[in-house]
Design a protein around this ligand. Structure first.
Ligand code: 8YV
Length: 339
C-alpha cells in the first residue's frame, strides 16, 4: 500500500489540526505544509490546557494512547476526523464518534510483522527464562555451570494456541509453524479458510473451540482486539482450564486479562510463566505484583516499537488525515463516522 501516493494537492483552506502525540519531524512537516497544526500531548505535564484549548476548533486530530470519550468530543464541535497512530481503537468511544459523524482512521498492516516479532520474543523469553538468566550473569551469579534449577523449556515442537487470528495472529502462526515446527491452534470469531487464504499454513493451523484450545496448548498467546466481548476474557476459569505448566502470553491489551486471576495461576502452579507486553494500567504501576513477579517477563508495551515501524505508522496516519481533510477516502478507515 503506497501510503504517500495520491496524497491530495494543497487545499484552498488550511484546517485546524491537533497533534496529541509527538509525530516524527518529517510527518509533522507534511501536516504543517497543508494545515494549521497545534501539538499538545495531554499526557505530558503542562500541555493539557493547550490540548483542551485546541480541541475547541480542531477539525482533525492525530495521535494515540489517550482515551477520547464523549466528554472530550463534546468540546470539539468542529471535529471531522481522528487519525490514530495505532491499529487498536479501544481508546476511542466508537458509538460517540458515530453519533457525531466523526471518521476514525488507524494503522493496520504496517505493524503486523514487528508486533508478531515482539510476541514471539515473549514466547522465547518466558520459555527460556531469558530475563532471569541475563540478570544471573549481569549480577555476577554465574559462578558454575548452570543446573536444572535454571533450565528453561523448549519452544520448538510445542503446541501454540493463538487467541485472535487477524493479521498479527497469522504472522505469529507463520513464525511458529514454519520457523519452530509448532502445531498451531487458533480461536477467532470466524474460522479462516487457511487452505485458500493462508496456503503456507495449510494443515499447520487449526481453528479450535476456545476451551479446547486452552486445554491443549502448551503456550497460549492473546492477539485479539479489546472489545466488550474480550474484556476480562482470561479469568480464573480460563487459566484453570490451561495445561499445568503452560505459558501465557499477552501481546494484545491488558484489560483482556483479569490480572488477579493471572497472579493466582502463576502463584498456585497452573502457569509456568507469563510474557506480558500490555497491562490493565499502563505504564505499569510500581506496586503491581506483575512488575516484579519471578515468573513474569514484562515489557513496556513495545509491540510496534521499532524505528522502522513507528515511522511507517506515522506516515500512514498522516496520509489518512490529509486524505480525510481533503474529502478523499483515506487508506485505512476503521469507522467512517456515517452511521
Ligand atoms: C501503539 C498498539 O503503539 O497499534 C496499537 O494498537 O498497541 C501500538 O502499536 C500503541 O497503541 C500506541 O500507544
Amino acid at each position: 500500500m503506497n501510503v504517500t501516493a495520491n496524497v491530495p494537492a494543497l487545499p484552498a483552506v488550511r484546517k485546524k489540526v491537533l497533534v496529541f502525540r509527538e509525530l516524527p519531524p518529517d510527518q509533522l512537516a507534511r501536516l504543517q505544509a497543508v494545515h494549521e497544526v497545534t501539538v499538545a500531548n495531554p499526557r505530558l505535564p503542562g500541555q493539557l490546557a493547550a490540548f483542551h484549548a485546541a480541541l475547541t476548533s480542531a477539525e482533525g486530530m492525530i495521535g494515540s494512547s489517550y482515551a477520547i470519550h464523549e466528554s472530550l468530543l463534546a468540546s470539539a464541535p468542529q471535529l471531522k476526523v481522528i487519525s490514530s497512530v495505532s491499529v487498536g481503537v479501544d481508546n476511542y468511544d466508537l458509538p460517540a464518534l458515530a453519533a457525531r459523524g466523526i471518521m476514525l482512521c488507524h494503522t493496520p498492516g504496517v505493524l503486523t510483522e514487528t508486533t508478531a516479532d515482539t510476541i514471539f520474543s515473549l514466547i522465547m523469553a518466558s520459555s527460556r527464562r531469558l530475563m532471569e538468566l541475563a540478570s544471573h550473569v549481569r549480577e555476577g551469579r554465574w559462578t558454575r555451570n548452570i543446573g536444572e534449577d535454571l533450565f528453561g523449556w523448549d519452544v520448538h515442537g510445542k503446541t501454540l494456541g493463538i487467541l485472535g487470528f487477524g493479521r498479527i495472529g497469522q504472522a505469529v502462526a507463520r513464525r511458529a509453524a514454519l520457523g519452530f515446527n509448532m502445531p498451531v491452534l487458533y480461536h477467532s470469531r470466524r474460522p479462516v479458510d487457511v487452505a485458500h487464504e493462508l496456503p503456507e499454513l495449510a494443515g499447520k493451523a487449526t481453528h479450535t473451540p476456545f476451551d479446547e484450545l486452552l486445554q491443549r496448548a502448551d503456550i497460549v498467546a492473546a492477539v485479539l482486539p479489546l472489545s466488550k466481548e474480550t474484556r476480562g476474557l482470561m479469568g480464573s476459569r480460563e487459566f484453570g482450564l490451561m495445561k499445568p505448566g503452560a505459558i501465557f502470553i499477552n501481546g494484545a491489551r491488558g484489560a483482556i486479562v483479569q490480572e488477579d486471576a493471572l497472579l493466582h495461576a502463576l502463584d498456585h502452579g497452573t502457569l509456568r510463566a507469563a510474557g506480558l507486553d500490555v497491562f490493565a494500567t499502563e505504564p505499569l504501576p510500581m506496586d503491581s505484583l506483575l512488575r516484579t513477579h519471578p515468573k513474569v517477563t514484562a515489557l513496556p508495551h513495545i509491540g510496534s516499537a521499532t524505528f522502522e515501524t513507528r515511522h511507517a505508522m506515522a506516515v500512514l496516519a498522516t496520509s489518512n488525515l490529509l486524505q480525510a481533510l481533503a474529502g478523499e477516502r483515506p487508506a485505512a478507515v476503521f469507522a467512517t463516522g456515517s452511521s
